[in-house]
Design a protein around this ligand. Sequence first.
Ligand code: PGA
Length: 255
Amino acid sequence: MRIPFIAGNWKMFKTVHEAVLFVKELRGLVKDVSGIEVVIAPPFTALHAVAEAARSTNVGVAAQNVYWEREGAFTGEVSAVMAKEAGAEYAIVGHSERRRLFGESDAIVNRKTLAAIAAGLTPIVCVGETLEERERNQTFEVLDRQIKNGLDRLTAEQVAELILAYEPVWAIGTGRNATAAQAGEAHAHIRKRLRQWVGGDAADHCHVIYGGSVKPDNIGALVAEPDVDGALVGGASLDVKSFMSIVTKSRPAAV
Ligand code: PGA
């Protein structure tokens, strides 16, 4: 059974002070909430402080990115090992903003995914088509390429444990979410491919979550789709009440 997984991707928002205040409030609100995994991905500057505030609570912590080398002359980068040591349990890899603004290829996503796993982090690997690709009917082809290359050299057991985030680029930060039917269709396709590539057990175990303009008023329909196992939430995760409302509406009992 895959329990719903909801992660807040804060992107380049919140100071250390703001981040800690948020997590202190959130940890009280989710204290008695079970049957769901709740994760926050703060900027690197706040990672350690957030991890301390979330320690021994049911709030998990993710890095938004990692570099694949352990250490070295890589100015401005943070390794998976360092993120883990700072308190992260998860690492977002291959977010479309990283692909588009920082030139991350599928090969880089693959190196980062392997490095995250080697460091003991659970990767949250993002895939998704652009509007142009969707209009050219290339959605499945793009997803296949990004997943096959991004997860190259992973064992079926490693795929089973990770989280794939389907994030159509046209839905991110635009207020235009994929409809539940569009998300359901893409997720079912991803699950079908996983089944072919890594077998039924791993495919059934792997979480496939949706991201792109998730809000309290659309999360219910999205997670009602059988292959949508939760959400990666950007803008709506910056406010604790809106994030909490998404968490509440994603619980199995709420659907
Ligand atoms: P959004 O971002 O919810 O603000 O669209 C989602 C994401 O980028 O993960």
